[in-house]
Write a protein that binds this ligand. Sequence first.
Ligand code: MIG
Length: 685
Amino acid sequence: MIKKFVFGKPFNTESILNDVKETYSEDKIPFGTVKNTPNFEWEYELGEQDVIYGLGQVMKGINIRGGKYVSWCLDQPNQDENTPSLYGAHNFIIIFGKKTFAVYFDYPGEIEFDAGFTFKDKIQVKAEKKSLNLYFIESENQNENLKSIVNQFRNLTGKSYVPPKWAFGFMQSRWGYKNAADINKVIENHKKYNLPLDSVCLDIDYMEDYKDFTVDNKKFPNFADYTKKLLQKNIRLVPIIDAGVKLQEGYDVYEQGKPYFCKDKEGNNFIAGVWPGDAVFPDFLNKEAREFFGKNYKKLTNCGIEGFWNDMNEPAVFYSKKSLKNAFDKIQDYKDKPLDIQSFFEFSGLSNSSFNRKDDTELFYHKVPQSFAGDFAESTPDKNGNVLVQNRKIHNLFGYNMTRAAAESFAKENPNKRKLLFSRSSFVGAHRYGGIWTGDNHSYWSNILLSLHMMANLNMTGFMFTGSDIGGFSSDTSYDLLLRWLAFGIFTPLCRNHSADGTRNQEFYEFEKTDDFKSMLDLRYALIPYLYSEFVKAAQNNKMYFRPLSFDYEDDLRAIHTDDQILLGEGLMIAPVYVQNAVGRYVYLPEDMLMIEWNNSQIKSQKMLTKGDHFIEVPLESVVFFIKKGKIVPFAKPALNTALLDTTNLTAVGNAPKGTVYELYDDDGFTTQIDVQKSVRKIVM
Ligand code: MIG
């Protein structure tokens, strides 16, 4: 059951697709209280055992109780437990315990969630403006309360994006691949070492002077021919597109876009520094601006490109003119002065002080229809009925609408064929248009577990095509870290090894025992029929691909508090090793399960284990995972590419009675006409 409450005059974020008709009056709020203050403040008393889920991309446990989080889309290169804001804003929480319910705060600006941080037994949610829609959701199924709540929320916000099947193949990436020779080296080495591969990402260096939608001819002569040749080998290139457009007279995207960039208070283009130096920012909240930008993807799709990643769309701002000037002025002030402790620290922070400043978002504006703006408008309507809204107030909608610009243009260009699209920044609603990756993590052991936590909470909010940079983006990875990370990453829909320029080479073939990586990638490909089937079914039925254990075992206290294991689809549970030098780990089984050990590209052993705690040995080169009793999982013969996968010839694995059926969803991998009732094949034990 969903109840909607309207406060003030909300901004229409378009995150809700299938709205509820009835709205309730503010004094009828079923849980907690909204304070009688000019800003928005909701408060709820937590039961001692209450668990809090949600908020998608945050740096804490699956249960996020005890933390304070701020939804404010941010280019945040330091992903650790102390990070309140990341790239996305997913304002959905579930309280599970004494009373079980969810709340969605449909609000486009900064919003703070103090989830038992200041007061252990209180959750407080605060926003600057008391103009928002609140949705309270209660279970409609007493046996599956959590699943019912998520399912209803997802019915509200619309079906999740489904990428083409090749996007489930392995993707190699690195910031630093400069030209065709660098890309060829990746492909050749994958071939040489029999490492599966479906796609290679192109990071910013493929462009001409970091200009969106250009390809540097010197680095990639005859780009279209090149992509076509790669396609014959079933390898696809996935270029990056940045939100900031280079300010350069004569550059066609800049010229065409002039009417569609975000403006400052005086009505001039807002200019800020990002990759290409001075840049301007398409006003993605505006339909015409989305169309202008979206059309430009055609330049690359015309060259045979079938997938993109959208970056820097929080938007990231290295400096505004104002913040840069401030920094230089202050540095001048300090010149020739003796620096005491306080002034020294102020001084030393100055050169970095212009980076992604919140107050810079007060310098630019978006143009939206008056009917969308609620009381967020800062001007009277122009002749087209549009009003100005400040980015600061609706900041979290920017990246979402960049993704939408691309997706809407793809749909227009070819409505029948899926394209790969994933973004860094997001907001609830963007899950309909593309996936996300979890951004700039580090080659730290803790980041494996933090990424598992995000998978659980992101799935609740509809972001299912997601994954972290395997091996870690910043810092130098190590052989064992990369292997353990991959043993988890092969289960995430987006399975990409990505690293930052200047870090240790992180391609699998750069390490001594390449076969160990191959074995894990082989498992990925053997499981693709299952992973794809579970993914598409979850997307179409508004369910989850990854679930915390509590979703299937609501009455099991141990399951509820297991934070380092996760369920995948109907039949699997995974429990990655994330501790350096560990020879294995404790695993909690909420019921009897079949343990599978994968080693040397095949199933090495299968063993039934009883409900309870087990210490499981997990050699570095093995992947150990679990199949629920009575369930089966189909395995394909590993292949080097999704195009070579034989999905008609599958082996059922599981501890289930003869005749047990798995309903496999399968399709051509591209069609947008998905029918999960029709396109299933029965796999029988
Ligand atoms: O300022 O394009 O998160 O994946 O490699 C850094 C270079 C810009 C940030 C992305 C990262 C990408 C990098 N980008």
